[in-house]
Design a binder for this molecule. Structure first.
Ligand SMILES: [Zn+2]
Length: 90
């Protein structure tokens, strides 16, 4: 099944709140991220086919806010299985 490999990839994010955010460069030299589930690329580069927003970890994650990213498609398709819920905006 198509979903299985995506679930295995982001199983470590099970049960966590995720916050919908615009992707922004997190620190110098870190110019992109990948969806934890499907590996789609997030980047702020202009004119390219990159994701510009998605769902990201919050302060509740051991590695902190904006460390892991999940694309909108994976969030909506996998949220029930992985018990994700949408964190409030801040
Ligand atoms: Zn994805």
């Amino acid at each position: 099944m198509k979903e299985d490999w995506r679930i295995a990839n982001c199983f470590n994010l099970t049960g966590l709140p995720l916050r919908h955010k615009q992707w922004t460069q997190y620190r110098q030299g870190w110019d992109h991220d990948h969806c934890e589930a499907c590996f789609a690329t997030f980047a702020a580069l202009e004119g390219a086919d990159y994701l510009k927003e998605g769902f990201t970890t919050t302060e509740e994650h051991p590695r902190g806010a904006m460390y892991h990213w999940v694309c909108n498609t994976c969030f909506s398709e996998l949220r029930n299985k992985l018990k994700w819920y949408e964190a409030s905006k801040n």
